[in-house]
Design a protein around this ligand. Sequence first.
Ligand SMILES: Cc1cc2nc3c(=O)[nH]c(=O)nc-3n(C[C@H](O)[C@H](O)[C@H](O)COP(=O)(O)OP(=O)(O)OC[C@H]3O[C@@H](n4cnc5c(N)ncnc54)[C@H](O)[C@@H]3O)c2cc1C
Length: 383
Amino acid sequence: MTLPSDTLEQLLDTVSRFVREQLVPMEHQVADDDAIPDTIVEAMREMGLFGLSIPEAYGGLGLTMEEEVLVAFELGQTSPAFRSLVGTNNGIGSQGIIIDGTEEQKQRYLPRMASGEIIGSFALTEAEAGSDAGSLRTSARREGDEYVLNGTKRFITNAPRAGLFTVFARTDPQQPGARGVSAFLVDADTPGITLGPPDKKMGQKGAHTCDVIFDECRVPASALLGGKEGQGFRTAMKVLDRGRLHISAVCVGVAERLIRDSLRYAMERKQFGQPLAEFQLIQAMLADSRTEAYAARCMVMETARRKDAGLDVSTDAACSKMFASEMVGRVADRAVQIHGGAGYIADYGIERFYRDVRLFRIYEGTTQIQQLVIARNMIREVG
Ligand SMILES: Cc1cc2nc3c(=O)[nH]c(=O)nc-3n(C[C@H](O)[C@H](O)[C@H](O)COP(=O)(O)OP(=O)(O)OC[C@H]3O[C@@H](n4cnc5c(N)ncnc54)[C@H](O)[C@@H]3O)c2cc1C
């Protein structure tokens, strides 16, 4: 449902102030401690940030895609680790239930996800199944009124905090590809689940991933998402459409933050008797970054509006994810360059963003996978 314009403005203003006044000052500490303080998590809960995209009927804010990307532009103005904490509940952790879940599954999980009481994680990737997710090997064997899960998922965001896993597993061993895959809603305290140690990552300190191991993990048949076998991969792809737009918006937000920091530094720092910002070679970098961030913002907004209008945005969401994630990589690189040596030194925070944004080109479909999606859709449209 579309919010009245003054309510939306109020929400964006509240998020923007929260980011500037509470999150930005914590960036160094969160990176050093590799942890987000509980007070911040609580404040996020109170603001409803865990339920942005969850329908109002289930306790969320029920934002449209356009409204959600506007909020994501604001959340992108600080370390991506903060966004990551609420990201799975708004995206890959909840959308499968919203799109394809039964009414009982929605009632059971969505209100608690919207309030942030439980964190939802999306468990698709395996050691042998990354970009080729349809080849996954985790199995779900039917035994009476239960399924028995066996397999190991890796790099699962928020797994160490998760209360619920959406797990993709093969229910039909005769079907080697995507059609044999089903999705299950598995409570994290179900016997047979163990977590690996937290992964040591390049960036986004404070956001955590780890392996999730299923060993003869028994779940009731009612845990099958939507109550239908063989639909899991299709659900995963639908979820990723929305997730890709959300990530694209975060990339725009981070780029805008880095451009602001770079401009401020270039205006304050003097060399050869004048501010760096007076040098045309520095101006070129600022202008290129501003132009690219603006282009990405327009793509994200346009695609979000088209999605809200009920159009198929699979191609455009992939275009947005590819362009925005590559764009923010270039913007972060220029930000380091504009800051010179300071850009390489941790105290200034720029090198941290440089490492943080690298992930955007990899998860929720690498750049190469976006290229394949775009080109395949192009060929299909003509065919
Ligand atoms: C921090 C982090 C968080 C993550 N969170 C989650 C999560 O919450 N849930 C989840 O399920 N997964 C998650 N992932 C996994 C992520 O989605 C995968 O890492 C990603 O999809 C790529 O898979 P891969 O790592 O196996 O790389 P691979 O698929 O092995 O790819 C390696 C390289 O080969 C390229 N490549 C692969 N296939 C092709 C092709 N057909 N044509 C051209 N190039 C190709 C890729 O683009 C890439 O450059 C996360 C990963 C990280 C690092």
